[in-house]
Design a protein around this ligand. Structure first.
Ligand code: FE
Length: 195
């Protein structure tokens, strides 16, 4: 920032921009409020959990989710959750590979699928260490990577976001899709927990 913008808080700069858009007749305050409300109301890890549970019970959906996540979300009625230029990749945990998500540059994150990001995800410590020592970091989260399972770290950017598809826990054959959704946590969707 330079000139008269120095030291002006972000909220004040945003308000100034909003006022100019409104003054120019490009948008109304009511429209801006509506957009924000709709956006934030919909940002919850329940969206991610719902997606995972469907993939656990529907092989065709799982296949689509892993090859074209944007299309899969569309199918689930969650298409509006991604920005037009936001590409989501869903990476599946297997017996061989456990996936974990980070943004080493800042804190890119699929907000609308996972809800607000946890503070540790935005911390310097996590962002720098998970790349160098993923096993050590996961241990600190209380997640023990099974012997013989490799850890793959995915570095998100503004355009490329990631979500983990955890493995369906054993002995959950009796659960329906709704019951399965309840098992999925935000940490599981980021890969710092098993599910
Ligand atoms: Fe980022």
């Amino acid at each position: 920032m330079s000139g008269d913008h120095v030291d002006v808080p972000v909220a004040a700069r945003v308000r100034r921009l909003e006022a100019r858009l409104v003054a120019a007749g490009l948008v109304t305050d009511e429209q801006l409020d509506g957009i924000l409300e709709q956006h934030l109301y919909r940002a919850t890890p329940f969206n991610g959990a719902r997606t995972v549970a469907r993939a656990w019970v529907d092989d065709a959906f799982r296949e689509l989710l892993l090859t074209d996540a944007n299309a899969a979300l569309e199918q689930l009625g969650l298409g509006g959750l991604l920005a037009p230029d936001e590409h989501l990749s869903v990476v599946a945990n297997t017996a061989e590979v456990h996936n974990v998500i980070v943004c080493t540059l800042c804190s890119c994150y699929p907000l609308l699928l996972l809800g607000p990001s946890p503070s540790w995800y935005r911390s310097d410590a996590y962002r720098s260490r998970v790349v160098r020592d993923p096993h050590g970091v996961l241990e600190e989260f209380g997640f023990h990577v099974p012997p013989g399972t490799a850890v793959r770290v995915w570095d998100a950017t503004a355009e490329a976001r990631y979500m983990v598809l955890p493995r369906r826990p054993e002995a959950t054959g009796h659960l329906d899709e709704e019951g399965l959704r309840a098992l999925v946590t935000r940490s599981g969707l980021l890969g710092t927990a098993g599910v």
